[in-house]
Every structure is written in structure tokens, then in C-alpha cells.
Ligand binder design. Structure first.
Ligand SMILES: NC(=O)c1ccc[n+]([C@@H]2O[C@H](COP(=O)([O-])OP(=O)(O)OC[C@H]3O[C@@H](n4cnc5c(N)ncnc54)[C@H](O)[C@@H]3O)[C@@H](O)[C@H]2O)c1
Length: 279
């Protein structure tokens, strides 16, 4: 089999697929997901649109599973792009699962792919606007989230004491952004970039769970009042990711990009300030 540049997408949902379509032409696209069905469904759509793909079942919350994903990807060629669009939301999972998958898993993924990412490679991690709703953390906590050895992350006292799913999600997403900063310094030694994107509400199956979950009413009001007055689409996130992963984005690394129709601005300084009492 002839070797190709490889794109690895973890989390073959709507946002991940939109990004893979923009960066995967002419490459081999590995579609990895906890649910093999999701990976295969995305593979069928991408194959029918001219992309070369393979699928593998991968659990972001397991280091062994991530190492198997890397082994699988390297059989097709050098990994040039990593897209982490896997995750679980506050309405979908327990505190422990959110922290294991979104916080710990993402940190392991960045560390392990940072060891094999190809020259001029690039990666994006999908974080969330949710991480921007935590106030500033003490410098010591920032540093611990950014740079602690991965196996120590879930034992940090302020992480261990989290007992609600929204807080677990917010800390996980804040950790993603800090971890991207830390890893950018290591990825840079391989001439590769890594950035995070923090979307607001993007209409996907995950967001639809939230829009029909216990917090639905709040979400709809938030969309009405945010500066853009609507939710975003996976393709809008895809366009931003494409720029960051393209040759035009080579001077951007270790950064986080909010793409939320102005929701976070309004949360802190506009019509959405009422949310501060509840989030
Ligand atoms: N949709 C939104 O409004 C929104 C907003 C902000 C951030 N995000 C983030 O975007 C990312 C992608 O979500 P989406 O909206 O495309 O949802 P989605 O449901 O379309 O995709 C998520 C995918 O992740 C997979 N997944 C779940 N747990 C996994 C695990 N342990 N290992 C591997 N794969 C796993 C799911 O099977 C699913 O295919 C998530 O990290 C989410 O937190 C989404």
C-alpha cells in the first residue's frame, strides 16, 4: 500500500466531519469514534464524496485505546493533522466520565500525538465557550491543568472536588485550552502547530441533546439574546479550523478561538449577564 499523509479525526460527529472534509482531500482520513457505527456512517458519507477513509473504534478516555489509534494511523503514512472533536456534554454523562473523556483523554491525546505528529503538521481541539464562563483561576491551578503529568490530572484536589456535570465540563474545556498552550511548545519542536476552538451552540446531535435536555429553555433564550441571534453550524467551525490548519495558519499555535456569535461577550458584558447567577 502506498503511504499517504494521514488526517486523524477523533469524534466522527458533525463538527469533526465538517473539519475533515476541509482538510482531508488527497490524504487518508482515519475516522475514530467510541461508537463504531458513527465512524462508519461518516466514512460512508466521506467515501461517497471522494475521500479515502478507514475506521477504528477508539475511547478518548483510555490511553491504551489512543495508542492503538496511533498504531492504526501510522500504517497508512505520516500523521499530518489531528482533529479532536470527540467529547461528552453535561447532559450526556456523569462527572467522572466528563473528566475522564474531556479533560484527561484530551491531555493524553495531545501528549501522544505530539510524539509522532509529522513535520509541518497541525492539530485542532474542539473545546467550548463553556470554558470561558469560569472566572480566572489561580495561577497555580492554571499551571497544574496545563503542565501536570497526565496521570496526575484527575487527582488534583480542585478537580477531585467537582460534583456537578456543568462544572466538570467547564473545567475540562478550560483544561483543553491550557493543555493546548503547553503542548504547542512541544509540538513546535516538530514544527507542528496545535490550537483549540471554543464554539458556542452549534447544531449537532450533541447540541440537540442539550436543546431537549433539562436545560433546553435556558439554551433557547440564550440563542435569542446572543448578538448573532442564532446557533452556529458545523461548517462555520470547519472554516475556522481549515484556516488554522492551512499554510496561512503557520504562525498561530497554542491559541484558543472563540466562535460563538458573541455569546461570551454578552455573558460577561451584555444581555446574557443574567446567566452568571446560574452558570
Ligand atoms: N455542538 C455544540 O454546540 C458544541 C459546542 C461547544 C463544544 N462542542 C464540543 O464539540 C465536540 C464535538 O461535539 P459535536 O457537537 O460534534 O457532537 P456529536 O455528538 O456530533 O459528536 C461527538 C462524537 O464524539 C463521540 N464520542 C463520545 N465520547 C467519546 C469517547 N469517549 N471517545 C471517542 N469518541 C467519543 C460520539 O460518539 C460522537 O460521534 C465535543 O467535544 C463538544 O464538547 C460542541
Amino acid at each position: 500500500m502506498s503511504k499517504k499523509d494521514v488526517v486523524v479525526l477523533l469524534g466522527a460527529g458533525s463538527i469533526g466531519q465538517a473539519i475533515a472534509r476541509r482538510v482531508g482531500a488527497g490524504k487518508h482520513v482515519v475516522l475514530a469514534d467510541l461508537k463504531q457505527d458513527n465512524a462508519e456512517r461518516s466514512a460512508k458519507i466521506l467515501e461517497d464524496a471522494g475521500f479515502e477513509t478507514s475506521t477504528i473504534s477508539t475511547d478518548l478516555g483510555s490511553k491504551d485505546s489512543i495508542l492503538k489509534l496511533i498504531e492504526h494511523a501510522l500504517t497508512f503514512g505520516e500523521v499530518k493533522n489531528l482533529i479532536n472533536a470527540a467529547g461528552v456534554s453535561p447532559s450526556q454523562a456523569s462527572v467522572q466520565d466528563i473528566l475522564r473523556v474531556d479533560l484527561y483523554g484530551t491531555a493524553v491525546l495531545l501528549e501522544e500525538f505530539g510524539k509522532i505528529i509529522g513535520e509541518n503538521g497541525s492539530g485542532v481541539v474542539i473545546s467550548s465557550q463553556s470554558g470561558h464562563r469560569l472566572g480566572a483561576l489561580p495561577e497555580e491551578q492554571n499551571e497544574q491543568l496545563a503542565a501536570s503529568p497526565v496521570e496526575e490530572l484527575l487527582n488534583l484536589p480542585f478537580i477531585k472536588s467537582i460534583n456537578d456535570t456543568l462544572k466538570a465540563y467547564q473545567y475540562s474545556k478550560r483544561c483543553n485550552v491550557l493543555r493546548v498552550m503547553f503542548e504547542a511548545t512541544r509540538w513546535g519542536k516538530r514544527n507542528a502547530t496545535i490550537n483549540s476552538i471554543s464554539p458556542g451552540i452549534i447544531i449537532t446531535p450533541l447540541a440537540n441533546d442539550e436543546l431537549h435536555g433539562p436545560r433546553a429553555e435556558g439554551y433557547l433564550k440564550m440563542l435569542r439574546l446572543c448578538p448573532a441571534g442564532r446557533a452556529g453550524t458545523p461548517d462555520e467551525v470547519g472554516d475556522l479550523a481549515e484556516f488554522l490548519m492551512s499554510s496561512r495558519g503557520r504562525w498561530i499555535s497554542g491559541s484558543d478561538f472563540l466562535i460563538d456569535g458573541g455569546t461570551t461577550a454578552s455573558y460577561w458584558y451584555g444581555d446574557l449577564q443574567y446567566l452568571k447567577a446560574t452558570h
